[in-house]
Design a binder for this molecule. Structure first.
Ligand code: HEC
Ligand code: HEC
Ligand code: HEC
Ligand code: HEC
Length: 468
């Protein structure tokens, strides 16, 4: 049997990392979920929650990721593909063979033209498999079963073997954003949204909470006593960072003379900037054929960090301050045709800045005082300078829920927790119902969004908070 020749492996590939030498070094090889599934490994009896050894059976039964490939055969996918590729008929649509879809619905960087990056056992049918989060297993599959593996640090497992440190909340969240926000040219842009793809509204805390888990959240909380707050704060930064990386890519791709990439990319802006009629009539009759007045496009309503809530934890992130990195980017992006080269350049710098901030926040414990301050700020937030749209209201709701959970973890009877029934009403009023449009597409649309009603919900939350 293979024996983990640790010393020699480390000297062969374990050289110190530098900027010019990104890790892991070689092209990753994906071995597929099947290689995890043996009964003695992770295919044991299915148990309700994350019993060691049953991760595969559990995921297959409950995790939506295991269905990520099979959804490409459903009607919605066929319609998306037909609209997106401008095909004559649904019969001609083959989304399950389109790399654009497979790069998120199977694994990051999937490329049909590089079969050598997958072992013969690899099966696309397994959907977004284990390796999307745990890292391509070509180099770690065998070693991780061997004597000696347990003694390695998370850093060695990642840098030498490519296994991601999923216990680390920052590294974990990064893997989610690669598919739930986008990665370079892997992009759910407005063309894909208008074709019928759901808009990606990633929020780390709620997505992690929603995901049926094959591990114990109690273990997460034992490792990170500030788990709920940490996930929310890191999520703010990670979403912004991934969105900036995507913006850099969108801008750069649009520059070459023969480029067919749209610019400015509409998905960067608040949908309501153009789809005014949305409120009563839904997307289908959205009066979006005329571009709005210059300057009226609201950039980054979903992706910019909620700087006023982050407070001192997120210094310099406030896009309302014209001198800040984000203020400058917002100004650039609200021009009718933003200078793509300049945007790419600024987006890169802002992303790097956020990378450093994420590392430093990841290394400190967020105290109860900070949580209280953030929660009050989320409840009191005054955004009267801008119309309240679905993005703003939904993000506020998610912030309040996350920070309330964080407060409850430190002290369930803590004073100042928001009124739970008012929170419930807000959730109901934010509901995103599905819409069917004239081309047979299905859209997630806030067509019932009623800003006055939501403002009322927010006011009653605040007053219940101020007079408990
Ligand atoms: C950037 C990554 C990405 C790309 C590219 C992408 N998707 Fe998706 N897709 C997602 C994610 C993430 C979701 C889940 C959205 C959510 O609910 O938060 C999703 C959801 C969907 C859904 C809804 C699934 C359901 O259960 O209702 C369909 C259908 C779909 N995608 C089809 C496609 C097709 C067809 C393509 C290619 C033309 C494609 N996707 C390309 C990431 C992507
Ligand atoms: C959506 C991302 C994601 C996917 C997909 C995923 N995992 Fe995980 N997995 C995690 C996270 C996050 C943890 C918790 C942190 C940790 O223990 O490393 C975890 C934990 C584990 C653990 C350790 C459990 C424990 O209690 O210590 C195993 C083993 C595991 N996963 C195997 C698998 C297998 C096998 C698959 C595919 C069938 C899979 N994972 C798919 C994210 C994922
Ligand atoms: C390899 C790409 C990939 C990675 C990595 C990934 N996801 Fe997903 N995720 C998807 C796709 C594609 C779907 C849509 C599947 C469907 O609806 O059939 C999805 C669906 C989901 C859903 C269900 C849809 C919803 O919004 O209710 C949740 C929750 C989710 N992912 C959470 C996470 C979290 C948390 C992480 C990181 C720990 C993560 N995902 C990592 C691709 C990915
Ligand atoms: C700068 C203006 C602009 C912005 C911002 C914008 N759109 Fe659009 N949208 C349009 C135009 C113009 C069309 C019609 C042309 C087309 O299909 O691309 C359209 C079409 C659509 C359609 C197809 C509707 C149909 O009946 O054919 C959907 C769905 C859609 N947009 C959703 C969105 C979402 C979701 C957002 C926010 C992420 C958004 N749009 C942001 C201008 C915009």
């Amino acid at each position: 049997m293979f024996c983990l020749a640790l010393g020699s492996t480390l000297t062969m590939t374990g050289r110190p990392a530098s900027a010019s030498d990104p890790v892991p070094v070689e092209t990753p090889v994906w071995t597929g979920t099947g290689s995890c599934a043996a009964a003695a490994c992770h295919g044991g009896r299915r148990e309700p929650i994350g019993l060691k050894g049953s991760e595969y059976s559990f995921s297959e039964a409950y995790d939506p990721h295991s269905r990520a490939f099979s959804v490409l055969y459903n009607d919605r996918s066929l319609v998306i593909e037909r609209n997106y590729r401008r095909l004559a008929s649904l019969e001609a649509a083959r989304p399950f063979e389109d790399d654009t879809c497979l790069r998120c619905h199977v694994h990051q960087g999937y490329d049909a033209r590089t079969p050598w990056s997958r072992t013969p056992e690899f099966a696309v049918a397994d959907g977004a498999g284990c390796e999307g989060c745990h890292g391509a297993a070509g180099k770690w599959l065998v070693p991780h079963m061997e004597y000696g593996w347990q003694g390695l640090s998370d850093r060695q497992k990642y840098e030498v073997f490519g296994m991601r440190p999923t216990k680390d909340l920052l590294a974990r969240g990064q893997s989610c954003t690669e598919c739930h926000v986008g990665l370079g040219s892997t992009d759910v842009n407005h063309d894909l949204i208008a074709a019928g793809h759901p808009r990606l509204n990633f929020e780390y805390g709620s997505q992690l909470a929603k995901l049926p888990k094959h591990w114990r959240v109690d273990d997460d909380k034992a490792r990170h006593p500030d788990y709920e707050a940490k996930v929310w704060v890191l999520g703010q930064i990670l979403t912004a960072r991934a969105s900036l990386d995507l913006l850099e890519s969108r801008a750069s791709r649009s520059i070459p003379d023969d480029s067919t990439s749209p610019w400015p990319e509409f998905a960067e802006y608040s949908c309501f900037s153009c789809h005014h009629e949305l409120v009563q009539q839904g997307w289908a009759s959205a009066n979006a054929t005329q571009l709005p007045k210059p300057g009226s496009l609201q950039w980054g309503t979903w992706s910019l960090p909620m700087a006023k809530v982050l407070g001192p934890l997120g210094p310099g992130l406030d896009a309302d301050e014209s001198g800040s990195t984000f203020g400058q980017l917002r100004e650039l992006m609200s021009r009718p045709v933003p200078d793509a080269a300049l945007v790419a350049n600024r987006a890169r710098a802002a992303s790097d800045e956020l990378g450093r901030l994420a590392e430093s926040i990841n290394g400190v414990r967020i105290g109860t005082g900070d949580v209280r301050n953030m929660l009050s700020a989320a409840l009191k937030l005054d955004e009267s300078s801008r119309p309240l749209d679905w993005d703003g209201a939904a993000r506020r709701y998610l912030a309040i829920v996350a920070l309330d959970k964080a407060l409850a973890d430190s002290d369930p009877s803590a004073p100042g927790r928001p009124d739970q029934s008012a929170l419930g009403r807000l959730y109901k009023d934010l509901d995103l119902p599905l819409q069917v449009d004239r081309r047979g597409g299905i859209f997630d649309s806030p067509y019932r969004f009623d800003a006055e009603r939501i403002k009322g919900d927010l006011r009653s939350l605040l007053s219940a908070h101020s007079n408990p």
